[in-house]
Each structure stands twice: as C-alpha cells, then as structure tokens.
Ligand binder design. Structure first.
Ligand SMILES: *[C@@H]1O[C@H](CO)[C@@H](O)[C@H](O)[C@H]1NC(C)=O
Ligand SMILES: *[C@@H]1O[C@H](CO)[C@@H](O)[C@H](O)[C@H]1NC(C)=O
Ligand SMILES: *[C@@H]1O[C@H](CO)[C@@H](O)[C@H](O)[C@H]1NC(C)=O
Ligand SMILES: *[C@@H]1O[C@H](CO)[C@@H](O)[C@H](O)[C@H]1NC(C)=O
Ligand SMILES: *[C@@H]1O[C@H](CO)[C@@H](O)[C@H](O)[C@H]1NC(C)=O
Ligand SMILES: *[C@@H]1O[C@H](CO)[C@@H](O)[C@H](O)[C@H]1NC(C)=O
Length: 291
C-alpha cells in the first residue's frame, strides 16, 4: 500500500496547494472559475434574501394580527367579580370585625380604606382624568384621542363617596356603629354591564343574618349607582388612567351589632348565580362591631 503513495517533498506540497488556490492553466480559483464563483455568491445572496424575506413576513403577519391594546387570551370569565373593602379575612370568610372603643382596632380599618382610596384622591383624579364625561351614557371610544395615543377615562373621586369618603370622617364610621364598606366590581375589557342604557348597574345589599341588627343602609353615590360612563373598559394600555367606579355602603348597626351581609351589583349582564364563582356579581361578608 505504501508503495502506491508517492513520497513528496514539502516544497511539492506547497506548490500543489498554490496551484489549487490559483491554477493559471485553466484559470480556476480554489478549483472553480471566477465566473462560477460569481454564480455561487449570487446564489447565496438570493438564498439569504429570500430567507430574510420569509422571516420578516412571518413576524409582520404575527404583529399585524396581534392587537396591542387587548390581551390575546382573556379569561373565559364573562361576568365580573365583586370585592369589598376593608378586605379583612377571618377563618374563611370576609369578616369585618372592629372594636369601637379600641382605637388601634378601628384605625386599622380606616387605614385599609385610606390606602385603597389613594388613587381616587380628588386632586390626583382631576389632574390625570380631566375629561368631561357625559353621565348616564356608555363612553364608547373608537379612536385614540387622548394624549399619547390612548383613550379617555372618566374621573372618579373620593369625595363622590360623601360621608364615606374619609374626608369628613377619617374613621369611616369605625369609631362608632355606622361603618362604611366600599364595593368594587372587577374590570373586564369591553364589558357592558347592562343593555338597558336607562338603567345603570347599582349595588343592592341585603341582610342574610341578623336583620334586626341593621337599622339603615345608605349608598353613596346616590342609590348605589355605577355610572355608565365608566364602561366599557378598554384595557391597561389603551386606558392607563382608568379607575373603577365605586359604591360605598354605610350600615347603621343596632342591638347585637352584627350581621351577615350580601352586596350584589345588579345589571342584566352581571351574573351572580354561578356555583363555582362565589364572588361573581356579589360579595358576602360578616360585619361585627364590639365594645
Ligand atoms: C374593646 O377594646 C376595649 C379597650 O381596649 C377592651 O376593654 C374590650 O375588651 C374590647 N372588646 C372586645 C370585644 O374585644
Ligand atoms: C390628595 O393629594 C394631595 C396632593 O398629592 C394631598 O395634598 C392630599 O392630602 C390628598 N388627599 C387625601 C385625602 O389623601
Ligand atoms: C366641564 O364642564 C363644565 C361645565 O360644563 C365646565 O365648567 C368645566 O370647565 C369643564 N371641564 C373641562 C376639563 O373641560
Ligand atoms: C368618630 O370620629 C368622627 C370624626 O373624627 C367624630 O365626628 C365622631 O364624633 C367620632 N365618634 C365617636 C363615637 O367617637
Ligand atoms: C338584554 O340582554 C339580554 C340578555 O343578554 C336579552 O335577553 C334582552 O333581550 C336584552 N334586552 C334589550 C332591551 O336589548
Ligand atoms: C335588593 O335585593 C332584595 C333581595 O333580593 C330585593 O327584595 C330588593 O327589591 C332589591 N332592591 C332593589 C332596589 O333592587
């Protein structure tokens, strides 16, 4: 076998390699004529142009079909949940227990409410939501006419909660037996709570246990209405300054001063009978004033 292999000197090998790089006999460079090299280069240029084109097209189609203002996958949730503040939990249920003679106890409740109402501060709202909304009508916005390519949001100020605003009475009634709770309905993009536009959604609280311990229920704003101008919600990117409308409910506790209460947001599109979603359209809590 070894005999078949010609013994070659180093100089010969170098010469061979030189001939491979540039062969003057048949005019080839690295085994191919310059003309062929041009074709090969053109082929690869065309190949990468087409690949880049396909890739860009795929990205473009993807971006085009994505709506930047709404998440692609929304929960299948069709009906909003309802929450109550102060959101203090007992063993399992929401229990709003407080001691009227223990300052530390009721300041805890008023602190929770003051913190929750922070974004509703009147000066803050009038600064960031200074649009004059038409009350009693859905605020449908097809265009992005607010600054920075967004949509307007209607102001909801703390003072709209009247005696439960924490402005006149910073204790929200927790230093006596007229405590206020605040009801909020979760936001769902594009959700319209009712199709009877003359009948806005409103909060209705009923006493499930201890009827005789609640002398009076008052709603702020008037009749517990959530004005239609706060709907629909268009999403965080489209409406960055949006705030949920709120309803404050004040209970006058008498006698044994405790009750089990259910507050429902009433609207013909707001479900409340789902077995699997106990907070759908309503919230149930215990209220107890001690001395
Ligand atoms: C309420 O607070 C007062 C004063 O701190 C205390 O004497 C009383 O026992 C408390 N009542 C209850 C039911 O915890
Ligand atoms: C609302 O905000 C203003 C300015 O930030 C502040 O001076 C005022 O105390 C706030 N009001 C309440 C009730 O927190
Ligand atoms: C909103 O309307 C009221 C009364 O029509 C007017 O006094 C007020 O200046 C308006 N506010 C804005 C921000 O346009
Ligand atoms: C509770 O606080 C408010 C406001 O600070 C005050 O007007 C009211 O008299 C207080 N009530 C009791 C029972 O201390
Ligand atoms: C309102 O919606 C409900 C259910 O979505 C429907 O049954 C009802 O006919 C609608 N009413 C009006 C006035 O459109
Ligand atoms: C509130 O709910 C109760 C019980 O479901 C009902 O009897 C009452 O009529 C409702 N009130 C309003 C204003 O809808």
């Amino acid at each position: 076998m070894a005999t078949l292999k010609e013994k070659r000197t180093c100089g010969q090998r170098c010469e061979d390699f030189g001939r491979f790089v540039w062969n003057s006999d048949n005019g080839t460079f690295m085994g191919r004529t310059p003309e062929k090299w041009v074709y090969i280069s053109l082929y690869y240029v065309a190949f990468y142009v087409v690949m880049t084109g396909l890739f860009s097209l795929a990205i473009y189609v993807l971006m085009y079909t994505l709506d930047p203002y709404a998440p692609d996958y929304q929960d299948r949730l069709k009906s909003p949940g309802v929450m109550v503040w102060p959101d203090t939990y007992g063993e399992e249920d929401i229990e709003i227990n407080y001691n009227t003679s223990d300052k530390a106890c009721w300041t805890k409740m008023s602190k929770i409410l003051h913190k929750f109402l922070g974004p509703y501060n009147d000066t803050k709202q009038l600064e960031c939501n200074n649009y004059n909304c038409t009350k009693g009508k859905y605020f449908i916005q097809k265009t992005f006419s607010a600054p920075h390519h967004t949509k307007w949001a209607c102001p909801f100020t703390q003072s709209m909660l009247g005696p439960c605003s924490g402005l006149e009475d910073p204790t929200f009634g927790y230093n006596c037996t007229m405590p206020c709770v605040v009801i909020k309905m979760n936001r769902i993009i594009d959700f319209l709570p009712t199709n009877h536009t003359e009948l806005p959604p409103y909060v209705n609280c009923t006493i499930l246990e201890g009827q005789s311990n609640v002398a009076k229920i008052e709603y702020f704003p008037d009749r517990g209405v959530m004005d239609l101008s706060y709907f629909p919600y268009y999403g965080k990117l489209a409406q960055p300054t949006y705030v949920n409308p709120l309803v404050a409910v004040r209970f006058s506790l008498v006698g044994e001063k405790h009750a089990k209460i259910q507050c429902r947001v009433v609207g013909d599109k707001i479900g409340y009978q789902s077995y699997h979603e106990p907070y759908e359209g309503k919230v149930t809590f215990y209220l107890k004033a001690m001395k």
